[in-house]
Design a protein around this ligand. Sequence first.
Ligand code: ADP
Ligand code: MG
Length: 406
Amino acid sequence: MSVSWSTRPHRILPPVSDQVLADHASAAFAEAFSDAPQGVWVAPGRANLIGEHVDYVGGRVVPFALPYATAVAVRIRDDDVVRCTSTGPQPDWTGRVGDVGPGSPAGWAGYAAGVVWAMAYHDTIARMPGIDIAVSSTVPQGAGLSSSAALECAVALGVAELSGVATDDTGRAVLARDCATAENVVVGASTGLMDQSVSLRARAGHAMVLDCAVGGVDHVALDGVNPKLALLVINTNAPHRLVEGGYGRCRALVEQACARVDRRVLHAVGDVQDMVDLATLGAHHLRRPLRHVLTEFRRVDVAVDRLRAGELAAVGPLLTASHRSLRNDLQVSSVELDLAVEAAVGAGALGARMIGGGFGGSVLALTEVDRIPVVAETVLRAAREAGMPEPRFLAATCAAAARRVY
Ligand code: ADP
Ligand code: MG
């Protein structure tokens, strides 16, 4: 897939080819384990075009796979030893199959080894084998681009292929469930199924419309729909200022708010103003969370319609409206995210919004290709002047789902 527009401005993190990334993982494997892997798999990070904080209440989300990915080199062992090494800042981990389960191991190996445990837990594979895993990645960690799912999904696909488990789209839906179990149960992070689903089931050049109520997946063209426009990820590089448990608290409010309204209301067809009026029906402290959900459901509907009609430009204002809703009604934004959105839109982007659970991470901006340098420079300058960390920029083209490299 072409990402030529993205590599021109020097500040944009250049995507790395599968081969190069796989070679890194393979070299890390050889160094750590003095052996060759049985294979190397890569799985992408993701951005979510629109549909935030609606996945866990049965909404539709529109994520796509990024051209930044995690490679894992794997060898299944015939004993019960489990070894994980990463070219990232994480220390190596060595343990035994029996050490892997709910809440264990702590740290990053919970994502890698935890997936193999979850695959056995769900009977996707007969039992958890011993395994050696080496990881190399271009997905920034903790930036809201789902480096965690990329790691899980690359491991899952590798273990599935080495175990003769189906990896067609239906098989991948099963693997996404297993990866989410690893993250929820082994790591103990409360996440939905979106990140793992898109990393395993995305289609190059397309965004994926995931209906979280029924798990249905549809693909809608995004790259090349309007060659004059591009999506840009702005990683604010700001620490996750997690007001402890902020995501969980917000999620609980949203779930409570939605539990009080009829599902037909949630999925009602109406314009955004109708939704705002409906939201006043709820209990006082649940009104704003409900208003976010109701209006975000509508924004997703309109965005998908516009995309299908090839009108990418029309999605811009929906992104900015989604950001406002996340900032004002859910209060999950941060000063760095707000500043990046404001600066990007001020510099002529058609729209921008925070992506991911919030409280830090990244912004996705839709802009004319020609304006990318101006948007990037303006965002950088704004961050510098505010004394904030330097943002990094990533090319938000739509990559393919997880795949074997060799
Ligand atoms: P995000 O998914 O937004 O990047 P998370 O906090 O969900 O943020 O996941 C980041 C965690 O995933 C890291 O702290 C680490 O434990 C694990 N992780 C991701 N990528 C790697 C990697 N390449 N090597 C080791 N651990 C990784
Ligand atoms: Mg994550």
